[in-house]
Each structure stands twice: as structure tokens, then as C-alpha cells.
Design a protein around this ligand. Structure first.
Ligand SMILES: O=C(O)C(=O)Cc1ccccc1
Length: 298
């Protein structure tokens, strides 16, 4: 039976995400304390895959996930799930005053106005997941947790408020990672991701991005993260539409490989949200035109 690690403990949004990506009855789900810990289990061969949150529509990237993707032995994204997130504020039955609140940083970012308005004086502590925060409440280590209704029911907590959100319709993207493998077959709605290490020269980033732009490849995400070797040195995470088997995406990756100090391929996989379209193999028939010149046509 395949073993799949996920950001636990049981009841996290990540568990809900992994359940949409694999048949939960056909795999063993293995909770891990943090995204890097889940990813390390894959690198050590102790699980077959890991599911981790990578970005949210409100707070942007999950830094621990993307840093662990850029360093250590390479892992590859093979699938993604985009989930709407709804928060409940959970307390133990009979709680009358809330002085401490625990939650995950991405949940905190999505309910900060609500917390300030409703629980203004409470001290916020960040936890490794929303379910871990709820466990803290159940164990008496916190008065309230920003978590999910489901975890509240499981732990015998009650909801002080449900459907709490500063921004309506927030979504989080989760990815399924394995050791390097042949990417899943192209579907026509795929996403490709790379991490670039660029020379510290004027125009290096613009030139790299131009390799996509000039081929009509849509850049769907760009992040920079410090390399931790000194101020002013960054890695760039680029997501684009298309699949490594699309000729234009392959050409762009080859050009990036020529231009960058290092390119780490993070995978090509079916996109869950509609921002990823197709990259036509020969827009305007230009390849056909060049091929024809060799035969005296055109
Ligand atoms: O803590 C969780 O339940 C997670 O899966 C991480 C997370 C936290 C907040 C929003 C989306 C994902």
C-alpha cells in the first residue's frame, strides 16, 4: 500500500486536500509535523509522496514549503489541489474568556481583522497547523484555536464563531510531491514550475522571464526567496502554463538552462485552477515555415 505524508495532525486542510488527490482507502496517510518534515520522509524513501500547502490567495507562498523545494535533493510536483478554506474559532465548552489564540500563520493572516475586532486583547501564537492549534485548546494549552469545524467536533470543542474570514472566497493550493519521475501526461491544462539561480547582473531576471514571454508562455506565479548566503541574493520560483512536453515550454526551459546559473525543475502537472491554458505547439506556423525553407519552400 502506498504511504503518503501530509501536514498533520489529522484534520488539517492538507489532509482534506490529499483526500481529493488520492483514493484515501487505497493509501496509508502519514501525518508529519511540518511541510519540510513531510518532504524529508519522501527523500528518505519512508513514504511514496507528500502533500503540503504551497500558497494561498490571501497570504501568498508558504515559505517553509518553497524553501524545502529549492534545497535538498530535488522533489517533483505531480499533482495539485485548490481548496476553499473556511475557519471556525474553537474553544472548550464553558469557556468564558479568551486570552490566548493559537493557529497556523496562513489562517492568522486570513482572520486578523476578525481577531482584532472580536478578541482584541488575546495573545496570538502561531502553530504548525490549524489542527495542532485545536489540539492545543483541547489540551488546555490555549483558550481558542482558529481551525476547522470538523476538528472541533472530533476533539469535543465548540465553535465561538464559524465561517470566519477577512477575505471571502480565499483558496489554498496544495501539491503532491514525489522523488524525480516522468511527469504526468499532458492534459492541455498544465502547469510547469522551476527554481532559478541567476547571475547577479543587470537584467538577469528580465532576460529569464523574456524566454517565456517571447514564446507566448504565460507566467502564472513568481516568487523570490533569499538564498541565505547574504543580503541581496535570491532564488526565483517561476510557474508557467504548459507542460515540459510542449515544444515551446521545452525550448524555454533549455534557454533558461543556458542563461541561468542553475535551473531546478519542479515538475509539470495538471492544473486545478483555470489560469493554466495550453501552449500551442506552433503558433503562427513558424516552425513549419522554417522547416519548409530547408526544402526550398516559403
Ligand atoms: O493548518 C492546516 O490545516 C493546513 O493544512 C495549512 C493551512 C492553514 C491555513 C490555510 C490553509 C492551509
Amino acid at each position: 500500500m502506498q504511504r503518503i505524508a501530509y501536514l498533520g495532525p489529522a484534520g488539517t486542510f492538507t489532509e482534506a486536500a490529499v483526500r481529493t488527490l488520492v483514493d484515501p482507502d487505497a493509501v496509508e496517510l502519514v501525518p508529519a509535523a511540518t511541510p519540510p518534515a513531510a518532504m524529508e520522509l519522501v527523500r528518505q524513501g519512508r513514504v511514496d509522496a507528500a502533500c503540503v500547502p504551497i500558497e494561498s490567495s490571501v497570504e501568498g507562498p508558504v515559505p517553509t514549503t518553497i524553501d524545502a523545494l529549492a534545497t535538498g535533493t530535488r522533489l517533483q510536483i505531480v499533482a495539485e489541489a485548490v481548496l476553499p478554506v473556511r475557519f471556525s474559532v474553537l474553544v472548550r465548552p464553558g469557556t468564558t474568556a479568551v486570552r490566548t489564540v493559537h493557529t497556523h500563520p496562513h489562517a492568522a493572516a486570513q482572520v486578523q481583522q476578525w481577531l482584532a475586532a472580536e478578541l482584541g486583547g488575546a495573545v496570538l501564537t502561531l502553530t504548525s497547523s490549524t489542527a495542532a492549534a485545536a489540539e492545543d485548546v483541547a489540551a488546555g494549552r490555549a483558550d481558542a484555536a482558529v481551525s476547522t469545524a470538523l476538528v472541533g467536533e472530533r476533539l469535543g470543542l465548540v465553535a465561538l464563531a464559524v465561517d470566519v474570514a477577512d477575505v471571502r472566497d480565499a483558496e489554498t493550493r496544495f501539491v503532491l510531491l514525489t522523488t524525480p519521475c516522468a511527469p504526468p501526461e499532458p492534459t492541455g491544462h498544465d502547469r510547469t514550475s522551476v527554481v532559478l539561480q541567476l547571475a547577479n547582473t543587470p537584467g538577469a531576471l528580465v532576460t529569464a522571464m523574456a524566454e517565456l514571454a517571447l514564446r507566448g508562455i504565460d507566467l502564472t506565479r513568481i516568487e523570490s526567496r533569499p538564498t541565505r548566503t547574504g543580503l541581496g541574493t535570491y532564488r526565483f520560483f517561476l510557474d508557467c502554463t504548459g507542460h515540459v512536453s510542449d515544444p515551446l515550454v521545452a525550448e524555454a526551459l533549455a534557454a533558461l538552462h543556458r542563461r541561468c546559473e542553475d535551473v531546478r525543475f519542479l515538475g509539470s502537472w495538471p492544473a486545478a485552477s483555470p489560469d493554466a491554458g495550453t501552449v500551442p505547439p506552433d503558433p503562427a506556423g513558424s516552425r513549419g515555415w522554417v522547416a519548409g525553407l530547408g526544402g526550398g519552400r516559403g
